[in-house]
Write a protein that binds this ligand. Structure first.
Ligand code: NDP
Length: 295
Protein backbone atom coordinates (compact mmCIF):
# COMPACT_ATOMS: atom_id res chain seq x y z
CA UNK A 1 0.00 0.00 0.00
CA UNK A 2 1.30 3.45 -0.87
CA UNK A 3 2.30 5.48 2.16
CA UNK A 4 2.55 9.25 2.01
CA UNK A 5 5.63 10.53 3.82
CA UNK A 6 6.30 14.22 4.40
CA UNK A 7 9.40 16.16 5.43
CA UNK A 8 9.36 19.71 6.82
CA UNK A 9 12.63 21.63 7.18
CA UNK A 10 15.22 21.08 4.46
CA UNK A 11 18.21 22.53 6.29
CA UNK A 12 21.73 21.16 6.66
CA UNK A 13 20.29 17.97 8.16
CA UNK A 14 16.78 17.80 6.71
CA UNK A 15 17.79 18.15 3.06
CA UNK A 16 19.94 14.97 2.95
CA UNK A 17 17.58 13.12 5.32
CA UNK A 18 14.66 13.78 2.98
CA UNK A 19 16.82 12.61 0.07
CA UNK A 20 17.14 9.21 1.76
CA UNK A 21 13.37 9.13 2.27
CA UNK A 22 12.96 9.78 -1.45
CA UNK A 23 15.21 6.84 -2.33
CA UNK A 24 13.27 4.61 0.07
CA UNK A 25 9.96 5.83 -1.36
CA UNK A 26 11.09 5.06 -4.92
CA UNK A 27 12.08 1.54 -3.91
CA UNK A 28 8.79 0.81 -2.11
CA UNK A 29 6.15 2.70 -4.11
CA UNK A 30 5.58 5.46 -1.56
CA UNK A 31 5.62 9.23 -2.12
CA UNK A 32 7.41 12.03 -0.29
CA UNK A 33 6.00 15.54 0.14
CA UNK A 34 8.42 18.29 1.17
CA UNK A 35 7.97 21.80 2.54
CA UNK A 36 10.56 24.38 3.48
CA UNK A 37 10.15 27.98 4.68
CA UNK A 38 12.38 29.12 1.82
CA UNK A 39 10.33 27.50 -0.93
CA UNK A 40 13.17 27.47 -3.49
CA UNK A 41 14.94 24.81 -1.43
CA UNK A 42 11.88 22.54 -1.53
CA UNK A 43 11.52 23.08 -5.29
CA UNK A 44 15.21 22.21 -5.76
CA UNK A 45 14.75 19.09 -3.62
CA UNK A 46 11.83 17.99 -5.78
CA UNK A 47 13.87 18.54 -8.95
CA UNK A 48 16.90 16.66 -7.66
CA UNK A 49 15.30 13.82 -5.69
CA UNK A 50 11.83 13.34 -7.16
CA UNK A 51 9.98 14.51 -4.05
CA UNK A 52 6.87 16.72 -4.32
CA UNK A 53 7.17 20.34 -3.17
CA UNK A 54 3.76 21.32 -1.74
CA UNK A 55 2.10 24.17 0.18
CA UNK A 56 2.35 23.65 3.96
CA UNK A 57 -1.32 22.71 4.42
CA UNK A 58 -0.90 19.73 2.05
CA UNK A 59 1.70 18.23 4.38
CA UNK A 60 -1.23 17.37 6.67
CA UNK A 61 -2.33 14.62 4.24
CA UNK A 62 0.70 12.48 5.09
CA UNK A 63 0.71 9.23 7.06
CA UNK A 64 4.11 10.02 8.55
CA UNK A 65 5.30 13.61 9.03
CA UNK A 66 8.99 14.29 9.73
CA UNK A 67 10.13 17.67 11.03
CA UNK A 68 13.74 18.85 11.42
CA UNK A 69 13.73 22.50 12.55
CA UNK A 70 16.05 24.54 14.78
CA UNK A 71 14.04 24.29 18.03
CA UNK A 72 10.71 23.09 19.40
CA UNK A 73 9.36 26.65 18.98
CA UNK A 74 9.44 26.35 15.16
CA UNK A 75 7.85 22.88 15.40
CA UNK A 76 5.06 24.45 17.47
CA UNK A 77 4.41 26.95 14.66
CA UNK A 78 4.14 24.18 12.06
CA UNK A 79 1.96 22.07 14.35
CA UNK A 80 -0.41 24.96 14.94
CA UNK A 81 -0.76 25.45 11.19
CA UNK A 82 -1.47 21.76 10.53
CA UNK A 83 -3.19 20.43 13.64
CA UNK A 84 -6.81 20.70 12.49
CA UNK A 85 -6.10 19.03 9.15
CA UNK A 86 -4.03 16.03 10.23
CA UNK A 87 -5.07 12.46 9.42
CA UNK A 88 -6.09 10.41 12.46
CA UNK A 89 -3.67 7.49 12.75
CA UNK A 90 -0.74 9.49 11.43
CA UNK A 91 2.61 9.59 13.24
CA UNK A 92 4.61 12.82 13.68
CA UNK A 93 8.35 12.10 13.93
CA UNK A 94 10.18 15.18 15.18
CA UNK A 95 13.90 14.95 14.36
CA UNK A 96 14.58 18.42 15.77
CA UNK A 97 16.87 18.51 18.81
CA UNK A 98 13.90 19.72 20.78
CA UNK A 99 12.87 20.32 24.38
CA UNK A 100 11.44 17.51 26.55
CA UNK A 101 8.81 19.87 28.03
CA UNK A 102 7.63 20.75 24.53
CA UNK A 103 7.46 17.06 23.62
CA UNK A 104 4.98 16.35 26.42
CA UNK A 105 2.75 19.24 25.33
CA UNK A 106 3.03 18.43 21.61
CA UNK A 107 2.25 14.76 22.21
CA UNK A 108 -0.90 15.70 24.16
CA UNK A 109 -1.99 18.17 21.50
CA UNK A 110 -1.55 15.69 18.68
CA UNK A 111 -3.14 12.90 20.67
CA UNK A 112 -6.38 14.90 20.67
CA UNK A 113 -6.25 14.81 16.85
CA UNK A 114 -5.62 11.04 16.88
CA UNK A 115 -1.97 11.53 15.87
CA UNK A 116 1.04 10.03 17.69
CA UNK A 117 4.11 12.15 18.41
CA UNK A 118 7.59 10.65 18.59
CA UNK A 119 10.57 12.75 19.60
CA UNK A 120 13.32 11.37 17.40
CA UNK A 121 16.37 13.63 17.32
CA UNK A 122 19.43 12.46 15.45
CA UNK A 123 23.20 12.45 15.82
CA UNK A 124 25.95 11.94 13.30
CA UNK A 125 26.18 15.41 11.80
CA UNK A 126 25.74 16.44 8.19
CA UNK A 127 28.17 13.69 7.11
CA UNK A 128 25.98 11.07 8.82
CA UNK A 129 22.85 12.57 7.23
CA UNK A 130 24.41 12.43 3.77
CA UNK A 131 25.55 8.85 4.28
CA UNK A 132 22.18 7.77 5.72
CA UNK A 133 23.97 6.60 8.87
CA UNK A 134 22.38 8.76 11.57
CA UNK A 135 21.71 7.50 15.07
CA UNK A 136 18.07 8.16 15.99
CA UNK A 137 17.10 8.30 19.68
CA UNK A 138 13.37 7.90 20.05
CA UNK A 139 11.01 8.78 22.87
CA UNK A 140 7.33 7.80 22.87
CA UNK A 141 5.08 4.86 22.02
CA UNK A 142 7.22 1.86 20.96
CA UNK A 143 4.38 0.51 18.77
CA UNK A 144 4.29 3.76 16.81
CA UNK A 145 8.06 3.53 16.43
CA UNK A 146 7.69 0.00 15.03
CA UNK A 147 5.18 1.33 12.47
CA UNK A 148 7.51 4.06 11.22
CA UNK A 149 10.80 2.19 11.65
CA UNK A 150 10.82 0.90 8.03
CA UNK A 151 10.68 4.55 6.87
CA UNK A 152 13.72 5.75 8.85
CA UNK A 153 15.82 5.50 5.72
CA UNK A 154 18.34 8.06 7.00
CA UNK A 155 19.24 5.94 10.06
CA UNK A 156 22.19 3.68 10.76
CA UNK A 157 20.99 2.98 14.29
CA UNK A 158 17.62 3.48 15.99
CA UNK A 159 17.31 3.27 19.78
CA UNK A 160 14.05 3.55 21.73
CA UNK A 161 15.21 5.41 24.85
CA UNK A 162 11.96 5.79 26.80
CA UNK A 163 8.67 7.67 26.99
CA UNK A 164 7.80 11.00 25.39
CA UNK A 165 10.65 13.50 25.77
CA UNK A 166 13.33 10.87 26.48
CA UNK A 167 14.78 11.24 22.98
CA UNK A 168 15.15 15.01 23.39
CA UNK A 169 16.65 14.49 26.85
CA UNK A 170 19.31 12.05 25.62
CA UNK A 171 20.16 14.34 22.72
CA UNK A 172 20.58 17.36 25.02
CA UNK A 173 22.89 15.46 27.37
CA UNK A 174 24.89 14.02 24.45
CA UNK A 175 25.45 17.49 23.06
CA UNK A 176 26.26 18.96 26.46
CA UNK A 177 28.98 16.29 26.62
CA UNK A 178 30.18 17.37 23.19
CA UNK A 179 30.34 20.91 24.59
CA UNK A 180 32.33 19.76 27.62
CA UNK A 181 34.93 17.81 25.65
CA UNK A 182 35.24 20.46 22.95
CA UNK A 183 35.62 23.29 25.45
CA UNK A 184 37.93 21.47 27.86
CA UNK A 185 40.19 20.22 25.06
CA UNK A 186 40.33 23.77 23.69
CA UNK A 187 41.42 25.07 27.10
CA UNK A 188 44.06 22.35 27.43
CA UNK A 189 45.50 23.09 24.00
CA UNK A 190 45.48 26.85 24.63
CA UNK A 191 47.67 26.51 27.70
CA UNK A 192 49.94 24.04 25.92
CA UNK A 193 50.26 26.53 23.05
CA UNK A 194 51.23 29.26 25.50
CA UNK A 195 53.80 26.87 26.95
CA UNK A 196 55.35 26.58 23.49
CA UNK A 197 54.23 23.00 22.80
CA UNK A 198 53.46 21.99 19.21
CA UNK A 199 49.69 21.35 19.19
CA UNK A 200 49.81 18.65 16.50
CA UNK A 201 52.29 16.71 18.63
CA UNK A 202 50.18 17.28 21.75
CA UNK A 203 47.08 15.91 19.98
CA UNK A 204 49.12 12.96 18.74
CA UNK A 205 49.75 12.06 22.37
CA UNK A 206 46.25 12.87 23.68
CA UNK A 207 44.66 10.77 20.95
CA UNK A 208 46.75 7.78 22.00
CA UNK A 209 45.94 8.46 25.65
CA UNK A 210 43.03 8.80 28.06
CA UNK A 211 42.28 12.45 27.27
CA UNK A 212 40.99 11.64 23.77
CA UNK A 213 37.47 12.36 22.51
CA UNK A 214 35.70 13.09 19.25
CA UNK A 215 36.77 16.70 19.80
CA UNK A 216 40.47 15.78 20.04
CA UNK A 217 40.40 13.07 17.37
CA UNK A 218 38.29 14.80 14.73
CA UNK A 219 36.80 18.21 15.42
CA UNK A 220 39.85 20.13 16.58
CA UNK A 221 42.43 18.72 14.12
CA UNK A 222 40.04 18.95 11.15
CA UNK A 223 38.26 22.21 11.89
CA UNK A 224 40.24 24.32 14.37
CA UNK A 225 43.93 23.68 13.68
CA UNK A 226 43.20 24.02 9.95
CA UNK A 227 41.39 27.33 10.71
CA UNK A 228 38.60 26.14 8.40
CA UNK A 229 35.68 26.05 10.88
CA UNK A 230 33.31 24.66 8.18
CA UNK A 231 29.78 25.69 9.14
CA UNK A 232 27.92 22.37 9.39
CA UNK A 233 26.49 22.64 12.92
CA UNK A 234 25.80 26.13 14.22
CA UNK A 235 27.25 27.27 17.53
CA UNK A 236 23.82 28.71 18.42
CA UNK A 237 22.28 25.22 18.07
CA UNK A 238 24.91 23.62 20.34
CA UNK A 239 24.38 26.37 22.94
CA UNK A 240 20.63 25.69 22.71
CA UNK A 241 21.20 21.96 23.34
CA UNK A 242 23.41 22.58 26.37
CA UNK A 243 20.72 24.94 27.69
CA UNK A 244 18.14 22.16 27.37
CA UNK A 245 20.41 19.89 29.44
CA UNK A 246 20.43 22.62 32.13
CA UNK A 247 16.62 22.84 32.03
CA UNK A 248 16.50 19.06 32.40
CA UNK A 249 18.79 19.26 35.45
CA UNK A 250 16.33 21.70 37.02
CA UNK A 251 13.24 19.71 36.16
CA UNK A 252 14.61 16.54 37.78
CA UNK A 253 16.12 18.59 40.65
CA UNK A 254 19.51 17.20 39.74
CA UNK A 255 22.97 18.61 40.23
CA UNK A 256 25.17 18.99 37.14
CA UNK A 257 27.42 22.03 37.64
CA UNK A 258 29.90 21.14 34.89
CA UNK A 259 27.11 20.90 32.30
CA UNK A 260 25.71 24.20 33.57
CA UNK A 261 29.07 25.87 33.26
CA UNK A 262 29.62 24.68 29.71
CA UNK A 263 26.12 25.89 28.78
CA UNK A 264 27.06 29.35 30.13
CA UNK A 265 30.38 29.34 28.28
CA UNK A 266 28.73 28.32 25.01
CA UNK A 267 26.11 31.05 25.40
CA UNK A 268 28.90 33.58 25.87
CA UNK A 269 30.80 32.21 22.87
CA UNK A 270 27.61 32.31 20.79
CA UNK A 271 27.28 36.02 21.58
CA UNK A 272 30.94 36.91 21.02
CA UNK A 273 31.83 34.62 18.11
CA UNK A 274 28.45 34.47 16.35
CA UNK A 275 25.32 32.34 16.31
CA UNK A 276 25.72 30.94 12.82
CA UNK A 277 29.44 30.10 13.06
CA UNK A 278 30.37 26.42 13.27
CA UNK A 279 30.22 25.12 16.84
CA UNK A 280 33.99 24.56 16.84
CA UNK A 281 34.47 28.33 16.46
CA UNK A 282 33.52 28.56 20.17
CA UNK A 283 37.22 27.92 20.73
CA UNK A 284 37.98 31.38 19.34
CA UNK A 285 36.75 32.73 22.66
CA UNK A 286 39.28 30.54 24.49
CA UNK A 287 41.93 31.85 22.09
CA UNK A 288 41.06 35.43 23.06
CA UNK A 289 41.07 34.54 26.76
CA UNK A 290 44.59 33.13 26.35
CA UNK A 291 45.93 35.50 23.68
CA UNK A 292 46.88 32.53 21.53
CA UNK A 293 45.79 30.85 18.29
CA UNK A 294 45.12 27.09 18.12
CA UNK A 295 47.04 26.10 15.01
P1 NDP B 1 19.63 24.56 9.61
O1 NDP B 1 19.73 25.93 10.18
O2 NDP B 1 20.58 24.14 8.56
O3 NDP B 1 18.15 24.35 9.02
C1 NDP B 1 17.04 24.81 9.73
C2 NDP B 1 15.78 24.50 8.94
O4 NDP B 1 14.68 25.02 9.67
C3 NDP B 1 15.74 25.16 7.56
O5 NDP B 1 15.01 24.34 6.70
C4 NDP B 1 14.97 26.45 7.86
O6 NDP B 1 14.30 26.98 6.73
C5 NDP B 1 13.97 25.93 8.84
N1 NDP B 1 13.38 27.01 9.67
C6 NDP B 1 14.05 27.86 10.47
N2 NDP B 1 13.17 28.68 11.10
C7 NDP B 1 11.93 28.33 10.66
C8 NDP B 1 10.62 28.79 10.93
N3 NDP B 1 10.38 29.79 11.80
N4 NDP B 1 9.56 28.20 10.29
C9 NDP B 1 9.79 27.19 9.43
N5 NDP B 1 11.01 26.70 9.13
C10 NDP B 1 12.07 27.26 9.74
O7 NDP B 1 19.66 23.58 10.88
P2 NDP B 1 20.20 22.07 10.95
O8 NDP B 1 19.64 21.30 9.82
O9 NDP B 1 21.66 22.10 11.19
O10 NDP B 1 19.53 21.61 12.33
C11 NDP B 1 18.17 21.19 12.41
C12 NDP B 1 17.99 20.48 13.76
O11 NDP B 1 18.85 19.33 13.79
C13 NDP B 1 18.38 21.36 14.96
O12 NDP B 1 17.53 21.09 16.04
C14 NDP B 1 19.81 20.91 15.27
O13 NDP B 1 20.15 21.15 16.64
C15 NDP B 1 19.74 19.43 14.92
N6 NDP B 1 20.99 18.77 14.55
C16 NDP B 1 21.91 19.37 13.72
C17 NDP B 1 23.08 18.71 13.36
C18 NDP B 1 24.10 19.32 12.44
O14 NDP B 1 25.22 18.76 12.35
N7 NDP B 1 23.81 20.41 11.72
C19 NDP B 1 23.38 17.37 13.90
C20 NDP B 1 22.32 16.80 14.69
C21 NDP B 1 21.20 17.50 15.03
P3 NDP B 1 15.03 28.00 5.72
O15 NDP B 1 15.67 27.14 4.68
O16 NDP B 1 13.91 28.83 5.20
O17 NDP B 1 16.02 28.81 6.53
Amino acid sequence: MMTTLAFVGLGAMGDPMAAHLARHARDHGHRVLVWNRTAAKADAHAQTHGTQSVPLTEIAAADVIFTCLPTSAEVDEIMTALRDRLRPGAVWVDCTSGHPDAAARQADDLNRAGVTFLDAPVSGGTAGAQAGRLTVMVGGDPDALDRVRPHLAFAGKVVHVGGTGAGFSVKAVNNALLGVTLWATGEGLAILGRAGVNLGAALDVINASSGRSNASENLIPQRVLTREFPATFALGLLAKDAGIAVDLTQSVQGSAPVLAQVADLLRGAQRVVGDAEDHTAALKLIESMNDTVLK
